[in-house]
Design a protein around this ligand. Structure first.
Ligand code: ATP
Ligand code: MG
Length: 370
């Protein structure tokens, strides 16, 4: 176990604990040379001892490091000496799990959408790069703050936890290592019945389950035990939405129904379409500027009065993704024939003329000597 004062790879000094998960613990570290603070997620020693899991953990971290989005927790470094760990941005406002425990069931439609919209945009960006999260749940959404004081949801742990869990189960090491397998509350039906057929729509389902929880205040498929939860998920049997919730509206319920459809093909085909429908809900339209500010990454990076009220940039991003997706589907065009480069002029000047001159001078010198 890491303790304050421990130094990793000569670069990071441990300052204190940030939290514990099923397979890893997260500590606050300071970069010795830069003085910057970061979060370090280290695998528990008994898991890190399994080489395959350790490698997979670091590999998934490298994938997350490629994703660039203001609502995705950036992975900026790895440590491999002694511990196996990923260095991430430090996000200090708690998790969505805590926010739900304190406030869910009391949030209004616009607030729910300001939380959901950036998450959908972030997960949509990951999907665009072919990365499926597979373990979206409130504890994997950290809450930061923008410099304007708006909540800034940050998606963490792309692929990491689920990959480890399934590999542990496959290697039957879970019981040996005493690992608690995560909650099934946000698992999609296809994750329960056929693990091989998983694509980005599994994330759409989990996002629907998160939206449900923000509206209602408890999990959509909650039950007495894991078997009960899984049976409800596979049967599409979520608890009816009580109509006294300020976040409940016919439009949001329609979004939920589609996101939580049992068959993947009946769900939203993309996060962008899920988000677009959420934005059309009348109560969201009224607070659209605020929701817009929560999704418009440019606002955080470069806040200008125009971009703060402009919804088009988000639409433009969605249009860009669509165009890029279309372009990727088109058959590759035959590569342009490249004309061979004609070096003859160079050869004449730099090779044959000097050789000719040398021979000529040589012959003259030979003639003179006779
Ligand atoms: N980048 C971060 N910045 C600040 N705190 C973090 C960061 N990442 C994780 N944490 C804290 O560490 C806790 C444990 O995270 P971890 O991902 O190990 O477990 P989990 O997501 O809660 O559960 P599971 O193990 O099922 O994934 C989180 O709940 C959060 O409070
Ligand atoms: Mg996590």
């Amino acid at each position: 176990m890491l303790k304050p004062g421990d130094v990793l790879e000569g670069r990071y000094v441990v300052e204190g604990s940030l939290g514990e998960g099923a397979m890893a613990s997260v500590v606050r570290v300071r970069h010795r040379a830069l003085g910057s603070q970061h979060a370090l997620k280290v695998l528990n020693p008994e898991i890190a001892a399994i080489a395959q899991l350790r490698e997979r953990f670091l590999a998934e971290g490298r994938i997350q490091a490629q994703l660039r989005h203001p609502n995705i927790v950036p992975v900026t470094d790895v440590v491999t000496e002694g511990a196996a760990g990923l260095i991430m941005e430090l996000v200090e406002g708690g998790t969505l799990e805590e926010l739900i425990a304190n406030q869910a069931g009391r949030l209004d439609v616009a607030t729910i959408c300001t939380i959901m919209a950036p998450i959908l945009d972030a997960v949509g960006e990951a999907h665009h790069h072919g990365v499926v999260h597979r373990d979206l749940k409130p504890s994997n959404i950290l809450l930061g703050r923008t410099r304007h004081g708006h909540p800034r949801p940050m998606v963490a742990d792309f692929g990491i936890a689920k990959v480890l869990t399934s590999q542990l189960q496959a290697s039957r090491s879970a019981t040996k290592t005493g690992v608690r397998v995560g909650t099934p509350l946000y698992m999609s039906p296809e994750q329960i019945v056929n693990i091989t057929q998983i694509d980005h729509r599994t994330d759409i389902f989990a996002l629907g389950a998160i939206l449900y929880e923000l509206i209602v205040g408890h999990a959509a498929f909650d039950d007495d035990n894991e078997f009960g939860i899984m049976s409800r998920i596979v049967a599409g049997n979520y608890h009816p939405i009580p109509n006294n919730r300020p976040g409940a509206s016919p439009e949001l319920e329609r979004c939920l129904r589609r996101a939580l459809a049992t068959k993947p093909e009946e769900r939203y085909p993309s996060c962008d379409e899920f988000l677009a429908e959420l934005m059309r809900a009348p109560k969201v339209a009224a607070g659209r500027a605020e929701v817009q500010q929560s999704i418009n990454s440019e606002v955080w990076l470069d806040s200008t009065p125009e971009s703060a009220t402009d919804y088009t940039s988000q639409e433009a991003r969605a249009a860009r993704r669509k165009a890029e997706n279309e372009a990727m589907k088109r058959p590759a065009e035959a590569p342009e024939k490249i004309a061979p480069v004609d070096h003859s002029g160079f050869e004449l000047i730099f090779f044959w003329i000097p050789i000719g001159l040398i021979l000529f001078i040589g012959l003259l010198a030979l003639g003179a000597s006779r």
